[in-house]
Design a binder for this molecule. Structure first.
Ligand SMILES: C[S@@+](CC[C@H](N)C(=O)[O-])C[C@H]1O[C@@H](n2cnc3c(N)ncnc32)[C@H](O)[C@@H]1O
Length: 333
């Protein structure tokens, strides 16, 4: 199969858009702050999807606790961005301990107090609210708190056995999610292949994981046989394509995957049409949920849609997600 010229041109522009960043930026910029895969709800859900494929419902309770952890740390980051000072964070802690809903003007959402009540004392929320950074707060959350669930998962999964599954990740960046698939103890159960258009990303990824199959590749033309992989997951990619290229990319990932695909979108809406937005040399589209679903239904037997905002509201009564346009799709074949 040969790629049409129009996709070749689009590929060149996409390449230009990402290659202008230096390697250090590429290594870090998508794993910081709310995008850190340890607290980013869509990254957490993709890991849970993999764990569920491997071990069924066995870890459902832990998965639930980890989602809560993500919400709590996101909430704290938001407070820090509003320059809430250390003494007020401690007031939040006292309010939580004494069951109050408001701490000197800071309203405590129910998902925070419920999560607090469900943890033994002392717990990571005490640590988060007690850690005394500077006056205000450009300090990131300390690593020992950020790694709370990484430690639990890797310890528990070390006890497990499972037949390996093959997993493809297009647009893997600088192993942005794979780093945590590895540090959470999931990598031993999968034959992973990651590819990205941008060679600097692949150099970064290989430097971190020389043993792992990271390669330069284009989602418009995946060099793999039909059904070559059991599973595929991909984050934050499809909004950046022209609509024709979107169709090609979806057909390609569906062609090479035999069982299920988990796709994280960052910019969708519920209207019936896509909104195409050109930004410099690429796109920053707002994709229609229903039109994108139809696209996947050409190949998949079922397409499950998770609107992250609605999911967090119904499951945890959380009503302050930072990205209301985020959706995760699960397409099963
Ligand atoms: C917004 S980043 C997302 C990276 C990673 N999935 C994450 O969530 O952190 C988009 C990535 O897609 C890659 N990319 C863009 N067009 C591509 C294409 N046609 N094929 C493969 N990768 C592509 C870029 O190089 C970039 O690393």
């Amino acid at each position: 199969m040969h790629m049409e010229d129009r996709f070749r041109l689009e590929t060149e522009k996409l390449l230009k858009s990402w290659s202008k960043h230096d390697r250090t930026t590429l290594r870090n910029y998508l794993v910081e702050d709310v995008q850190d895969p340890r607290i980013n709800i869509q990254s957490i859900l993709s890991r849970h999807w993999l764990v569920e494929k491997l071990f069924g419902e066995k870890f459902a309770d832990l998965a639930e606790h980890e989602l809560r952890f993500g919400l709590v740390v996101n909430w704290l980051l938001e407070l820090l961005k509003r320059q809430v000072r250390t003494d007020r964070l401690q007031a939040v802690l006292y309010a939580l301990i004494s069951g109050q809903k408001n701490a000197e003007g800071i309203e405590i959402p129910s998902y925070i107090s419920q999560t607090f009540a469900g943890l033994a004392l002392p717990n990571y929320i005490c640590d988060l609210l007690n850690w005394a950074p500077v006056e205000s707060t450009d300090e990131p959350v300390p690593e020992y708190i950020m790694t709370t669930f990484q430690r639990i998962w890797s310890e528990l999964l070390a006890e497990e056995k499972s037949k390996k599954i093959s997993v493809l990740e297009p647009a893997c960046g600088s192993a942005n999610d794979y780093r945590f698939i590895d540090s959470f103890g999931i990598s031993g159960f999968i034959n992973y292949t990651g590819f990205d258009l941008c060679a600097k990303n692949i150099r970064n990824a290989r430097q971190m994981f020389p043993e792992i199959d990271f390669r330069v590749g284009n989602v418009f033309e995946i060099p793999a046989e039909d059904n070559a992989f059991d599973y595929c997951f991909v984050h934050d990619l499809f909004e950046h394509f022209s609509l024709d290229a979107l169709e090609i990319a979806v057909s390609e990932i569906c062609r090479v995957t035999s069982r299920s695909i988990c796709i994280g979108f960052f910019n969708m809406h519920e209207d019936k049409d896509h909104i195409v937005q050109n930004v410099d040399d690429y796109h920053w589209n707002k994709l229609s949920v229903s039109a994108t679903k139809k696209l996947f239904e050409r190949y998949a037997s079922t397409v499950q849609i998770v609107h992250i905002e609605a999911f967090l509201a119904s499951r945890f009564e959380c009503r302050d997600v930072h990205n209301k346009n985020a959706y995760t799709f699960i397409a099963d074949f």
